[in-house]
Structures are given as structure tokens and as C-alpha cells.
Design a protein around this ligand. Structure first.
Ligand SMILES: *[C@@H]1O[C@H](CO)[C@@H](O)[C@H](O)[C@H]1NC(C)=O
Length: 183
């Protein structure tokens, strides 16, 4: 686990809450402020802490200075959008490949497996064949040779590293998925 950029304000907020709660406890002991008030302030702090956004944990600007690691998602099989959510729930993102080297890393991961895996490329609803990485909102610049994307496709990668078109809406098309994380 690495420290997220957004977690510093959360920690500061938490410390502020603890400080406030301690201060209130002192006040309560001295002036007999009702216990109820202290409790409700504690809940308010907790609610703010939980509301800290969870997804999109890295800015694209950070990508160049961190090392990317691919793993097979632990949530079993699902639709493309389920896979996208599952990676986020695992504190990761659906896999993107920005170079031939990264494509090869994926190929090593899926080699000799008996299934295709979702990666983050789609052009669903865009009206153009151009693909976008759903993880980063960036255009897909590198695709394997001989991949011809069709409209409204969600992309999977087969054990040979070949990209495949899939119907994004067909709930019968359930596949495992590859997540990425940075460290
Ligand atoms: C959905 O996918 C399944 C499995 O590939 C296929 O048999 C079925 O015909 C597809 N349904 C539609 C509506 O395309």
C-alpha cells in the first residue's frame, strides 16, 4: 500500500477531529456539557472521513515516475463494467498499456491461461473507432498489430496477447480481468 495524495488532508482532518474531541472532553469535565453533543461531533468527523473519494487514485502526470504492476483481478469473472469497478474496489485500476513493453508484460501474465481477460480499452458510445482507456480517460495509442476495432467494443486480451472485440452490453460475456497498480 502506498500513501495516496488525497490521504494527507484526511489525516489532518482526523487529527483535527481528535484534537477537537479531546478539547470537548476537557470542556465537558469542567463545565458538564451534555455527553450527547460530544458524540454527535464525533459522528460528523467520521462521516467526513468516510466521504473521502476513493477512485482515480493517481493523476496521469504521476504515471511516468511510478512503476506499473499488472495482476489478475481477484473478483472472478464479470462484464467489462463489473471488471472496471472490481479493480477500483481492489484499490487498483483496470489495466492500460501505454507501450509495447507493457503489452509484453500483459502477455506474460495471460500466457497459457485458458481464457480472455478484460483490459480497459473501449469506444462504447463514442461513435468513432478510436479507443479510450476507461481508467485514465486517455486515448489508446498503442494497439497490437492486426487489431481492427469495431464500433461500441469493449476489449479483451487472449492468451496469445491478441486483442479481441466484445459486445459491451451482452451480460453473457463474462471474463476475468487484469488490474494495474503503481508503486
Ligand atoms: C451474447 O453472448 C453469448 C455468448 O457469446 C452469445 O451466445 C449470444 O448470442 C450473445 N447475445 C447477443 C444478444 O448478442
Amino acid at each position: 500500500m502506498f500513501v495516496k495524495n488525497g490521504s494527507v488532508p484526511a489525516v489532518v482532518l482526523m487529527l483535527a477531529c481528535i484534537g477537537l474531541a479531546l478539547a470537548l472532553n476537557v470542556v465537558r469535565e469542567e463545565q458538564a456539557v451534555p455527553v450527547k453533543e460530544t458524540v454527535s461531533i464525533g459522528k460528523l468527523c467520521l462521516a467526513k472521513d468516510v466521504a473521502e473519494p476513493h477512485a482515480r487514485f493517481l493523476e496521469p502526470a504521476n504515471y511516468g515516475v511510478r512503476k506499473k504492476k499488472f495482476t489478475i483481478g481477484t473478483g472472478g469473472v464479470g462484464t467489462f463494467f463489473r471488471a472496471w469497478r472490481n479493480c477500483i474496489d481492489e484499490d487498483k485500476s483496470l489495466a492500460t498499456t501505454d507501450s509495447e513493453e507493457e503489452q509484453h508484460a500483459i502477455e506474460r501474465l495471460v500466457a497459457r491461461q485458458d481464457t480472455e481477460y478484460w483490459i480497459a480499452a473501449t469506444n462504447l458510445g463514442s461513435g468513432t473507432p478510436e479507443l479510450t482507456w476507461i481508467t485514465t480517460d486517455l486515448v489508446v495509442k498503442t494497439t497490437p498489430r492486426n487489431f481492427n476495432q469495431v464500433p461500441d467494443t469493449c476489449v479483451s486480451v487472449d492468451p496469445d496477447g491478441i486483442w479481441k472485440n466484445n459486445d459491451c452490453f451482452n451480460i453473457s460475456i463474462v471474463l476475468p480481468y487484469i488490474c494495474e497498480e503503481y508503486f
